[in-house]
Design a protein around this ligand. Structure first.
Ligand SMILES: [Zn+2]
Length: 296
């Protein structure tokens, strides 16, 4: 009996010693916060400035972000960066945010929803995400902006979660948590194996949802972030270049303009295709195409 106790004590010391260096090294966590998949968000009069319900929605967005920040620190994070990833990307008010986190704000970013991510981060959390363009179900399903019908990277159709996961993989950062409606969670599970998913609402179709009670939703986000950050293992960088990108648009105007650039192939009137060796380069160009080309 005494011998057993001694062995148990020895084991505990060994476990403590093994886990010590990691805890001391600290964990850097990146949180990308979109709006459509935020707890309680349920209407398109909430998602951009000037709309009657927008003020409420940005507060709801801060609450989900704060739940994720609390969970991240409880899970061992020592440094947390939050990137406002929706629309103007100036939705989160610094005064509403947990004071331990830094905030990246404004949409004039080359890496959009993933601005500032690099190889120094251990894990990334996707908060408030939504399903991809043309998904049959999923609240406000779209990819990047309203102009995209489908985005494919190396032959695989992806949404924002998929393209952001590919960039995280390039830098060797684990996608540890996704929150949003159940369609978004399911989609990200398909591109980021091992990710923890928290569905804060059930998509009935692209407009109607069944919402979890807010308190429960935030409790689940906090608990999910805590266990995801604590359990995340930093992967080796996954670099699968050359990256072939194909974007199909809702109409032909962007392909018409962009086919002036020699590197752009136009396999169909509404489709552009291009190739880049590195995922960050591909990411930047995808963002230019859905965000910064004005054909009006
Ligand atoms: Zn989005």
């Amino acid at each position: 009996m005494r011998r057993l106790t001694f062995v148990t004590a020895l084991l505990l010391v060994v476990v403590a010693l093994v886990s010590l260096p990691r805890a001391q090294a600290g964990r850097k966590v990146y949180i990308s916060v979109d709006m459509e998949g935020i707890s309680g968000v349920n209407g398109d009069d909430q998602t951009s400035a000037g709309q009657p319900e927008y003020g409420r929605a940005r507060k709801l967005m801060a609450e989900d972000a704060n739940a994720a920040i609390r969970g991240a620190f409880a899970g061992g994070a020592t440094d947390v960066v939050v990137n406002d990833s929706h629309g103007s990307q100036r939705n989160l008010l610094p005064e509403d945010l947990d004071s331990r986190a830094r905030l990246i704000s404004h949409s004039f970013k080359r890496h959009g929803m993933m601005e500032g991510l690099d190889e120094t981060f251990d894990s990334v959390l996707f908060i408030g995400y939504h399903a991809k363009a043309s998904a049959s179900r999923g609240l406000f399903a779209h990819t990047g902006s309203g102009v995209v019908r489908d985005l494919q990277i190396n032959g695989k159709s992806v949404g924002e979660g998929g393209m952001n996961a590919a960039l995280a993989a390039w830098y060797g950062v684990a996608v540890a948590l996704v929150t949003g409606d159940d369609a978004a969670v399911e989609e990200v599970k398909g591109v980021a194996p091992g990710v923890t998913g928290v569905a804060v609402k059930r998509a009935i179709n692209t407009r109607a949802v069944e919402l979890l009670p807010l308190a429960e939703s935030r409790r689940l986000i906090e608990a999910g972030a805590k266990s995801a950050v604590a359990g995340a293992k930093k992967p080796a960088p996954l670099r699968q270049g050359p990256y072939t990108v194909q974007m199909q648009f809702r109409d032909v105007t962007i392909p018409e303009v962009m086919s002036a650039f020699r590197e752009m192939e136009r396999p169909a009137p509404d489709t552009l295709s291009f190739r880049r060796d590195a995922m960050p380069e591909a990411y930047r160009l995808i963002r230019v195409l859905y965000r910064f080309i004005n054909t009006n």
